[in-house]
Design a protein around this ligand. Structure first.
Ligand SMILES: [Cu+2]
Length: 252
């Protein structure tokens, strides 16, 4: 993490720190937890949430970002470890033998300084207006196969999705194979409507969405500006290199 193996961070008892965690790996999906703590997640790829969400663990797919608040332990001198918990993103034939191993990523040490009074966290961080599903003018289908999208590999000369500035659209994404593929859209933030038919519990702006093996999701996006050609792709580096990528053209 941050260029080091098992770095150490310090925190004062009662102190609240804001951590921005980015998964910059080529193909790893992290399932992170901090021993003895919960995370207060306050944001994701597209900035702050509307309200903080308390979580015991966070699944962080390739390219995904989260913002969390961590509070120093009530016990000065206490040590916690940020861990990567087992997560089965694999097809059986590529699943590593040690996939169920929990690995340690970082140490958090609460110092022996005088405790501070924790700051109050606002109940509402900002207003996020859900995109209007009644304004949807097209529904796109994105099917992730193994190394292909909608049965094709990337072609720079081909436009896969053509649309106009100002349009609101739903993208139905499906992963039909037995390993996870993280979906990423360039240029625009979207909102997740549902995953496997289950409505998303809260509205957030995102540009990364892990697509677990054999899963579906629907996202809504409005191309509010930025005409031009943009890419959408699987965020596992060797998959996108293989051609698991498409071109979105937003016309003026
Ligand atoms: Cu992939």
């Amino acid at each position: 993490m941050n260029g080091h193996v098992m770095p150490a961070l310090t925190i004062r008892s009662g102190e609240v720190q804001r951590w921005r965690i980015a998964n910059a790996s080529a193909g790893r999906i992290y399932r992170i937890a901090l021993t003895g703590h919960t995370f207060l997640q306050v944001g994701s790829d597209g900035g702050l949430f509307e309200k903080p969400v308390e979580l015991k663990e966070i699944l962080l797919t390739t390219g995904e970002r989260v913002e969390v608040l961590v509070r120093g332990s009530d016990v000065p001198g206490a040590k916690s470890v940020l861990q990567n918990l087992p997560y089965d993103r694999y097809a059986p034939q590529t699943r590593p033998a040690d996939w169920q191993t929990t690995s340690d990523l970082l140490t958090l040490e609460t110092t022996n300084e005088t405790p501070v009074t924790p700051i109050a966290i606002p109940a509402t961080l900002r207003k996020i207006t859900p995109l209007d599903t009644t304004k949807v003018t097209a529904v796109r289908t994105v099917v992730f196969g193994q190394g292909i999208i909608n049965g094709k590999t990337m072609d720079m000369a081909r436009v896969d999705v053509s649309t106009k500035v100002g349009a609101t659209e739903i993208w139905e994404i499906e992963n039909i194979v037995g390993m996870d593929h993280p979906f990423h859209l360039h240029g625009f933030q979207f909102q997740v409507l549902d995953r496997d038919g289950v409505r998303e519990p809260y509205v957030a702006w995102k540009d990364m969405l892990n697509m677990p093996k054999h899963s579906t999701a629907r996202i809504i996006v409005r191309y509010d500006d930025y005409p031009g050609k943009w890419m959408f792709h699987c965020h596992i580096l060797d998959h996108e290199d293989h051609g698991m990528m498409g071109v979105l053209e937003v016309k003026q």
